[in-house]
Design a protein around this ligand. Structure first.
Ligand SMILES: [Zn+2]
Length: 199
């Protein structure tokens, strides 16, 4: 690969750092970009810059958003009294893809993991508790992952929200133990949400 000019090597190096892209795919992508029309290559570069410059976190649910409030939080067709708590934006995307949920979300930004030094103050639990006003919220679904950290996070949040009297549910364990929500198929996700249970 060293026979390439420096500028191509640099691009291959950058592309190889993307998840799931090794050196080989990085090389293929770099050559594709090299041979693509100028405007396409420029578009790709400007899309990446624009993404980094404009993306914000929704001030309500902390999902990725173009505006101060995301599309879901400002959609009157969505049930704003229903909050689905997830760890990451990818988990939210997986649930959205299943078309089985019409409420809103709360993105924690991770899960509790004492081993990694991640405690309640390191994820957005306080923000969730602030949102948990029984006059406005009638159910909170805990859809953290089904691994040890996800279960511990759900149990902790349940404990903190107990006294609000809001109905708290956990997604059903139809989702295989320890699996990443983003790899769960749509039907399984639909079932997990439908069969959610109380504590
Ligand atoms: Zn939002």
């Amino acid at each position: 690969m060293t026979h390439y000019p420096e500028s191509i090597l640099k691009l291959i190096e950058s592309l190889s750092k993307l998840p799931g892209i090794g050196k080989k795919t990085g090389e293929r992508l770099a050559l594709h970009i090299l041979h693509a029309p100028d405007h396409e290559a420029a578009r790709l570069a400007s899309d990446i810059l624009e993404l980094k410059n404009t993306i914000k976190l929704c001030s309500t649910c902390f999902s990725l958003s173009d505006d101060k409030r995301c599309k879901i939080c400002s959609d009157s067709m969505r049930d704003q009294s229903l909050i689905c708590v997830v760890e990451n934006p990818t988990d939210m995307a997986a649930i959205e893809k299943s078309h089985s949920f019409s409420g809103t979300y709360h993105i924690l930004g991770g899960a509790l993991s004492p081993i990694d030094g991640i405690g309640p103050d390191d994820i957005r639990i306080a923000e969730l508790i602030l949102r948990a006003d029984p006059k406005q919220i009638h159910e909170i679904i805990l859809a953290t992952k089904t691994n040890v950290e996800g279960e511990a996070t759900a149990a902790y949040i349940m404990d903190r929200l107990k006294k609000t009297q809001i109905k708290i549910t956990r997604i059903a364990s139809g989702i295989p133990m320890g699996s990443d929500l983003q790899y769960v198929d749509q039907l399984t996700m639909q079932k997990a949400l439908e069969k959610r249970h109380g504590f």
